[in-house]
Design a protein around this ligand. Structure first.
Ligand SMILES: C[S@@+](CC[C@H](N)C(=O)[O-])C[C@H]1O[C@@H](n2cnc3c(N)ncnc32)[C@H](O)[C@@H]1O
Length: 298
């Protein structure tokens, strides 16, 4: 479960156990005012938000981390860093436990990955669910930013896609992706293209299989997938298909942002483009919204 655990019991248990800990160590009880209110749980590993417990630095160590992990119903503990770099690395650090490999089950799909090396956005849960609800039987799909299989897996396992071409350039994400394809029994319906998607598809001898052959293209990269647009349009069948294009939009002006993307794509494309859905996935930062555009081309 990646779901934030919003029930009160673990929060109260955390507060109570840390109050006892501070009293035992003659600590300052005002530290209890800065406890995290949300966290993620992947199996028995609790992932705290960035900067949690920063005022508790004098107490950092296994005793504190064991109390925190157990109070929140886990055995292992990690803390998020800032997502950075072209591989969108999470910079999560393990605070308690030996291994940072987790298995997260969602909508009947097992996603395994190393929390310190690959990101997994709890806020994208509805989008992973929505994509899995598509009926993709008979379809060939290109996922330009596959990661550990955030969308490749739902398309194959739940959507019944005939074949997914999954592009990814992070070695760590590819390791998890291949593991997940096997673990979910869909490896034979997926080709993993390792490397920069533009080179991996066009220069690797896969061009004939992919270009002009796809019914759908996933463009799941933030803040923008613009570098993949030309390849995405070239990958669709001549008669057209769907783009699922992710991006960061200014909060409150999502529709204007969507229209401007469609306008930019129209300049690159002679076929007709129609914006069918604008999905507001989550707040990326206070004024920036992660959105997905379902664009139909024919
Ligand atoms: C982390 S995912 C984003 C997943 C999804 N949007 C989410 O937030 O759950 C983006 C992935 O694209 C990969 N990536 C970025 N640019 C790429 C490129 N040009 N070619 C192949 N992979 C790329 C990164 O390594 C990363 O694993």
């Amino acid at each position: 479960m990646t779901e934030k655990d919003q029930s009160h019991a673990p929060s109260l248990r955390l507060e109570k156990n840390l109050e006892n800990y501070l009293e035992k160590n003659s600590g300052d009880l005002s530290l209890l005012n800065s406890l995290p209110k949300k966290w993620e749980k992947h199996g028995d590993l609790i992932v705290l938000p960035t900067n949690s417990f920063e005022e508790w630095i004098d107490y950092f160590g296994p005793e504190l981390w064991t109390i925190v992990a157990k109070s929140l119903g886990g055995q292992r503990l990690a803390i998020k860093g800032e997502i950075s770099g072209p591989e969108r690395r999470p910079n999560t650090k393990l605070l308690l436990g030996e291994s940072s490999w987790v298995t997260h089950r969602e909508h009947g799909i097992n996603y395994s990955f190393d929390v310190t090396k690959s990101m997994f956005s709890a806020g994208n849960l509805p989008e992973r669910g929505r994509i899995g609800d598509f009926d993709c039987s008979g379809e060939t799909i290109l996922d330009l930013y596959a990661g550990i299989g955030y969308y490749t897996l739902p398309l194959l396992v739940r959507g019944g896609a005939k074949h997914v071409h999954a592009c990814e350039w992070s070695e760590d994400a590819i390791h998890a992706l291949k593991y997940n394809l096997k673990a979910n029994n869909v490896a034979e319906r997926c080709t993993v293209h390792a490397g920069d998607n533009r080179l991996a598809v066009v220069d690797s001898g896969s061009a004939a299989e992919v270009l002009g052959s796809c019914d759908r293209v996933m463009l799941g990269l933030l803040p923008s997938s613009e570098n993949g647009w030309a390849l995405a349009l070239a990958a669709l069948k001549p008669e057209g298909g769907w783009l699922h294009l992710h991006g960061n939009a200014p909060g409150g002006n999502e529709k204007e942002w969507a229209d401007s993307i469609v306008k930019q794509l129209s300049i690159m494309e002679s076929r007709k483009l129609e914006l069918v859905h604008l999905v507001k996935v989550k707040w990326y930062s206070p004024h920036i919204r992660h959105c997905v555009l379902d664009i139909h081309i024919r």
